[in-house]
Design a protein around this ligand. Structure first.
Ligand code: SAM
Length: 277
């Protein structure tokens, strides 16, 4: 019998994935979690019925949530990742030679454990000695830390369940305060086609706090509409003027990010730019 995973995105739009095998399934304290083997994209992490990351295209998302900020900051030594229990963002963070400490704040330990078991290519860096893992709500964690981090990356799931408040201005304010005087944050800010109101609100909230606010895009075929947005708030450094250290970039072994992508990602098509006017 054919196994199909139907991702329901809206009342009128669903995506069907043909599945070879379901490797793991459980209801955690926070969400429904599954690891499946797809035909087209290899293994995938599924949370609450929505594919979060796949072996085939995960690098596009993980490089692009992490590297634009790390390459904009001149010395990103201390980095925090909120969410991101699959470990892909941490893996990209650790590629930067300046990083001394990478803290992962993931609310659901079961996500970390399942990804360590079934998605080693993505989670491999979680055992690195520079990584500290805190199983905790990121909202509470940031409240307790002031003036500590160079870069904070918010690799959250969609704005439902435990991730809802990760899209609110009050949370970004705490992120602002957890950053050092020249810190940078990036959050994944959803599809620019399907989540327009949310993206507009995220950009506005970040702009209310940070002197430099930039939204940028990357293609991520797995995600609804194929285009994904990220919003950066920076206290001092503008990613558009960043001197990208080419010697560092060339050593990163990236498959998506490079110095030209860094510049091009911030160029927005009209249907996105108009959200911020
Ligand atoms: N790359 C994915 C995307 O954009 O679809 C998201 C990655 S997924 C691994 C996001 C993670 O955020 C989930 O493992 C979830 O448990 C975690 N998460 C959700 N709300 C959180 C919160 N309040 N604090 C910390 N982690 C949270």
């Amino acid at each position: 019998m054919e196994l199909i995973l139907t991702e329901k995105h809206t009342d009128g739009y669903s995506v069907n994935w043909k599945i070879k095998e379901t490797l793991h399934v459980e209801q955690t304290k926070y969400q429904h979690l599954a690891i499946v083997e797809t035909y087209e994209f290899g293994r995938a992490l599924v949370l609450d019925g929505i594919i979060q990351t796949t072996v085939k295209d995960e690098y596009m998302y993980h490089e692009m949530i992490a590297l634009p900020a790390l390459m904009t900051h001149p010395n990103p030594q201390k980095v925090m990742v909120i969410g991101g229990g699959d470990g892909g963002t941490i893996r990209e963070v650790l590629k930067h030679p300046a990083v001394e400490q990478a803290d992962l704040i993931e609310i659901d330990e079961r996500v970390i454990l399942a990804c360590q078991k079934y998605l080693p290519e993505i989670s491999c860096a979680l055992t690195d000695s520079r990584v500290r893992i805190f199983v905790e709500d990121g909202i509470e964690y940031v409240q307790r830390h002031k003036d500590k981090y160079d870069v904070i990356l918010i690799d959250s799931s969609d704005p439902i369940g435990p991730a809802t408040n990760l899209f609110h201005e009050s949370f970004y304010k705490n992120v602002y305060e957890a950053l050092k005087i020249d810190g940078i944050m990036v959050c994944q800010s959803e599809s620019p086609l399907f989540n327009r109101e949310l993206l507009g609100n995220v950009h506005k909230s970040v702009k209310n706090l940070f002197p430099i606010t930039r939204t940028y895009l990357a293609t991520v075929p797995t995600y609804i509409s194929g285009f994904w947005s990220f919003t950066m708030g920076s206290k001092q450094y503008d990613p558009l003027n960043a001197e990208i250290p080419l010697d560092v970039v060339n050593r990163l072994k990236t498959k998506y990010y490079n110095a030209d992508i860094h510049k091009g990602a911030f160029v927005l098509p009209e249907y996105v730019a108009e959200l911020f006017r």
